[in-house]
Design a protein around this ligand. Structure first.
Ligand code: FAD
Length: 367
């Protein structure tokens, strides 16, 4: 069969790429190996009427106007502002660390403008490498040893099963610290949850006369029967090359769900457990779309080494393998685009995926 473009995978990357190619007049086939759309942002309404995010809590946030306009063509967003608490020594404290967190932990009354100096003094008491050589160095240089031990150290060990001193500094650069009382997890201009869910959003992005969709279809089973001028590949990078340089490593997660006979379980959508219990966090899903129900569904999250690929592992070995695979991608001269978290072996937020797709497909169309 002949198509102008074949898109492998119907996550954010595949859906956005398919739509932009279809709007340029090209006939597009999207193949997705799973039964469902939306990849890792997949969600569904459970029997109690609550939307569950199948692969962990997903909040859309962006400062990019073009990205925001793109997703708003297909959905209305429920205005949800994400808040996270950390369970520390029996108390629930705002996270990321902000002025209120500092006042509670140190039992003091810092005012706005005083936090920066306070944190600088905390950091000055600590010993760390500058420039930072690992995860611990980055965090300790921002908040000092005590806050690092309370909020970050054990969470990181649970998440990565590694000492933070063995983790590359880039992993910690994403951690925000606030010097004011803003207790939102993200400060982007635009934030929210698609009002009818992410799966419905994916469906709407793909709803175009030039797009055909084939679910439960693995690219590697059909690639020899198809001809296309362009293949947009959003699956695993190492699998495409039959693991010739070895497997790229991922961290995985297990979720244990419970539905409770009570209106709410916890005071925010997500509570982190850095130091207690074996789970890293508990998510209470009804906060995202504000469903009014007398029951509530929560999930406990347990990191693990193998299973569904969730987080890329930026260790030296994986970085080297990624480079080798990337060199092979570069040799495919223009007939393939490798886009998204799996195909580029890179951590992306959803908005960053959309932004990257707009740019890369834009460049392709100009050519
Ligand atoms: C726990 C967790 C929480 C997150 N929370 C947020 C958040 O709050 N906000 C945010 O912006 N981002 C969040 N993210 C990141 C977000 O999940 C990603 O940015 C997004 O899913 C990437 O989309 P993608 O299309 O690149 O990959 P995916 O969503 O993984 O899509 C790839 C698709 O390709 C399919 N596929 C793979 N191989 C084949 C094949 N051979 N044939 C056919 N189909 C194939 C897969 O089945 C999948 O559907 C989170 C990630 C994790 C792990």
């Amino acid at each position: 069969m002949k198509y102008d473009c074949l898109v492998v995978g119907a996550g954010f990357a595949g859906c956005a790429a398919a739509r932009l190619l279809a709007e340029s007049g090209r006939k597009v086939l999207v193949v997705e190996r799973l039964k469902h759309l939306a990849g890792h942002s997949h969600d569904y309404r459970n029997e109690y009427g609550i939307f569950i995010h199948s692969y962990g809590p997903h909040i859309f946030h962006t400062n990019n106007q073009e990205v925001w306009q793109f997703v708003n063509r297909f959905t209305r967003f429920h205005n949800y502002q994400h808040r996270v608490l950390s369970y520390i020594q029996g108390r629930l404290l705002p996270f990321p660390i902000n002025l209120d967190t500092l006042n509670e932990v140190f039992d003091c009354k810092l005012k706005g403008g005083e936090a920066r100096e306070f944190l600088r003094m905390e950091a000055a008491k600590a010993v760390y490498n500058q420039p930072p050589e690992n995860f611990r160095d980055v965090v300790v240089s921002q908040v000092g040893e005590y806050l690092y031990e309370l909020f970050f150290k054990n969470y990181t060990i649970k998440q990565w099963q590694k000492d933070p001193e063995e983790i590359l500094p880039e992993v910690a650069l994403r951690i925000p610290v606030r010097e004011n009382r803003d207790d939102r997890y993200f400060t982007d201009k635009h934030q929210g949850i698609p009002a009818s869910g992410y799966t419905d959003l994916a469906q709407k992005i793909l709803n175009h006369r030039n797009i055909e969709l084939s679910l439960e279809t693995d690219y590697f089973d059909i690639r020899n029967n198809l001809e296309s001028r362009l293949t947009v590949y959003t699956g695993e990078l190492d699998r495409f090359f039959d693991y010739k340089y070895g497997r790229l490593q991922y961290r995985s997660l297990d979720f244990k769900y419970e539905t409770l006979d009570q209106e709410f379980f916890q005071p925010a959508a997500v509570v982190n457990y850095p130091n207690d219990h074996s789970w890293t966090r508990i998510t209470e899903y009804k906060y995202f779309l504000g469903e009014k129900t007398w029951k509530t569904t929560i999930s406990y999250e347990f990191p693990k080494a193998t299973g569904e690929p969730y987080y890329v592992v930026m260790s030296g070995d994986n970085v080297d393998k990624r480079k080798l695979y990337q060199a092979d991608v570069d040799k495919l001269n223009g007939k393939y685009l490798f886009l998204g978290r799996l195909a580029e072996y890179k951590y992306y937020n959803m908005d960053q995926v959309v932004e990257m797709v707009i740019n890369r497909i834009g460049e392709y169309l100009k050519r």
